[in-house]
Write a protein that binds this ligand. Structure first.
Ligand SMILES: Cc1cc2nc3c(=O)[nH]c(=O)nc-3n(C[C@H](O)[C@H](O)[C@H](O)COP(=O)(O)O)c2cc1C
Length: 210
């Protein structure tokens, strides 16, 4: 995406342009970031989600989920979350610090549901069983209960993006928000020419567990 020597505003603009593209393109590597949250007991939790929307003007990223899923309870308790995007094609990692807003009612949710309900994805938000519930052995999850939608929209308000570009000539890293910019020292390691250590050699380490 970025030829060398883009200016700082250009990097910011290209990053958001690529996020907006990813929200529209199911093959984009940034389409499925990892969302990390803080569990109610303070322990970390992370899972893959699909990027459904990105609006540079508002600095918002959007995701869909089931309002009964455990991540909703976690985010209601602690809205601070982190999204991690990696693209091998772009050689770019983003670590995006966000404040998550949960929307389950209102005109925007109704409008999205109106579209979703016409598609096969509607069933994902109509199941009678909550995601993560224990299943009795041999039983499949129950089928949809028409009329009871469990859609939640996650609106991630972006606070800071930690941008890391991998380059043979030397990695580059910066942290930026809407009006802030700071170049940072990148971790230096080689992703391009790193030797492959045979797993037998790792297993032979004195501290390795049986
Ligand atoms: C490629 C991929 C995309 C996914 N997209 C979503 C998504 O958009 N929303 C979602 O709630 N779960 C999505 N999941 C499932 C989550 O990773 C996770 O298993 C589920 O949401 C339960 O998470 P929780 O128990 O932390 O709430 C996706 C999983 C994969 C592998």
């Amino acid at each position: 995406m970025q030829p060398l020597n883009l200016t700082e505003p250009e990097i910011r603009q290209c990053t958001w342009m690529e996020l907006e593209r990813a929200a529209q393109d199911r093959h984009h590597e940034w389409r499925t970031p990892v969302l990390a949250t803080v569990g109610k007991d303070g322990t970390p939790n992370a899972r893959t989600v699909v990027l459904r929307g990105a609006v540079a003007r508002l600095q918002i990223l959007q995701f869909y989920t089931d309002c009964r899923s455990p991540k909703i309870a976690e985010l209601a308790h602690e809205p601070a979350a982190m999204l991690v995007f990696w693209s091998k094609h772009l050689n770019l990692q983003l670590r995006v610090r966000v404040a998550m807003e949960i929307q389950t009612t209102g005109p925007q949710v109704d409008a999205i549901w109106e579209q979703l309900s016409q598609s096969s994805a509607a069933g994902d938000y109509l199941s009678m069983d909550a995601p993560g519930e224990a299943l009795a052995v041999g039983l499949a999850a129950s089928s949809a209960a028409p009329g009871m939608r469990h859609l939640a929209i996650l609106a991630a308000h972006v606070q800071e993006i930690d941008w890391l570009e991998l380059r043979r000539a030397g990695h580059r890293r910066a942290a930026f928000g809407t009006n802030t910019w700071q170049w940072r020292v990148p971790m230096t390691w080689s992703v391009f020419d790193a030797p492959v250590i045979p797993s037998a050699a790792l297993a032979a380490q004195p501290n390795s567990q049986p």
